[in-house]
Design a protein around this ligand. Structure first.
Ligand code: ADP
Ligand code: MG
Length: 295
């Protein structure tokens, strides 16, 4: 019987912080030939920090913007929200604003009402910002910081640009090695991110993934996984966010990073307790060895 071999592999994996929800996935993992990765928190440290902030509203002053942005982002669990809070903390003088309504929009950002104003904090797609003059400034700021991926987070007050943040995130050391090892196994690597083109391509280049999909809504991640499955690929998806959960569910093998959101962890087939991609390679080796024993 192969049962003892399977159990031994599962317990070996568990000791390494790799939790399989079922033994089926230990067998399936070895058949994977396409892997889709989320960007933020999966390929990157997910511990981003603000490299620049500009307050640009014609009438709402910085003193008003800071406590409002701070209070709104306190409701979010997104790594970018954490970066913004860290940046604003020293300037935040313990005067939280009353938030009338708050809405989390996975893949785009957040919406809230405070001080009689509708606020949006997030991507260009969410905020609808397409200001030529600001774009040039942002472009210059990004060039200045090209060693890291740069995400731009826009803040609008009643649809007028009020502030923007440039947020840098670095590719994890293990990411580079993991992607390289996967390429040697002839596995196609994709990055699927809600981030916009520029920041996404920077990280894609640094991580050396084969293909980059940007401005992805959760459904776009799902559709990409489905498209590869239709081409007879065996697809793994690996991510940490609420926005990744639907794609984890449709993938042949869904892998969640253990520091990720509850939604991702609940949906995944395999959990890497630490956010460490080298564990994925370890799991693949176990799976390969098991399939050799079974043969
Ligand atoms: P990824 O797919 O790389 O993990 P997400 O889909 O989580 O990225 O986020 C995509 C984009 O949505 C971010 O680049 C950012 O512009 C915006 N966003 C999401 N949540 C927030 C938030 N709480 N604050 C600011 N921006 C956010
Ligand atoms: Mg993520």
């Amino acid at each position: 019987s192969t049962m003892p071999a399977l159990l031994a592999s599962l317990s070996n994996a568990a000791k390494q912080g790799i939790l399989f929800k079922s033994g089926v996935f230990m067998e399936k993992l070895n058949m994977v030939n396409v892997i889709a990765f989320d960007k933020t928190g999966t390929l990157t440290e997910g511990n981003p920090s603000v490299t620049a902030v500009k307050y640009v509203h014609p009438s709402i002053k910085e003193e008003i913007l800071i406590p409002i942005i701070y209070t709104i982002e306190k409701n979010s669990t997104h790594p970018l929200a954490k970066a913004i809070l860290n940046k604003l903390e020293p300037d935040f003088k313990d005067n939280e604003k009353e938030i009338i309504s708050y809405e989390d929009i996975p893949g785009l950002g957040v919406k809230a009402e405070a001080a009689g104003i509708q606020w949006k904090i997030g991507s260009r797609e969410l905020t609808g910002i397409n200001d030529k003059r600001e774009s040039k400034l942002i472009e210059d700021l990004m060039k200045h910081n090209e060693v890291t991926g740069q995400t731009v987070v826009y803040v609008t007050a009643d649809d007028e640009l009020a502030a923007y943040f440039l947020i840098g995130d670095t590719v994890r050391d293990e990411t580079i090695d993991a992607i390289e090892a996967l390429k040697q196994k002839q596995i196609l690597t994709l990055m699927l991110t809600g981030d916009s083109k520029r920041g996404a391509e920077m990280i894609g280049r640094l991580a050396k993934v084969d293909e980059v999909g940007y401005s992805c809504m959760p459904e776009d991640k799902v559709n990409t996984v489905k498209r590869w499955k239709e081409r007879q690929a065996v697809v793994a998806m690996i991510g940490d966010g609420v926005n990744d959960a639907p794609a984890l569910a449709v993938a042949d093998v869904g892998v969640a990073m253990g520091m990720g959101s509850d939604a991702a962890i609940e949906t995944a087939d395999i959990i890497l307790v630490k956010n460490d991609l080298s564990k994925l390679l370890y799991a693949m080796r176990l799976s390969e060895r098991l399939s050799n024993i079974v043969k």
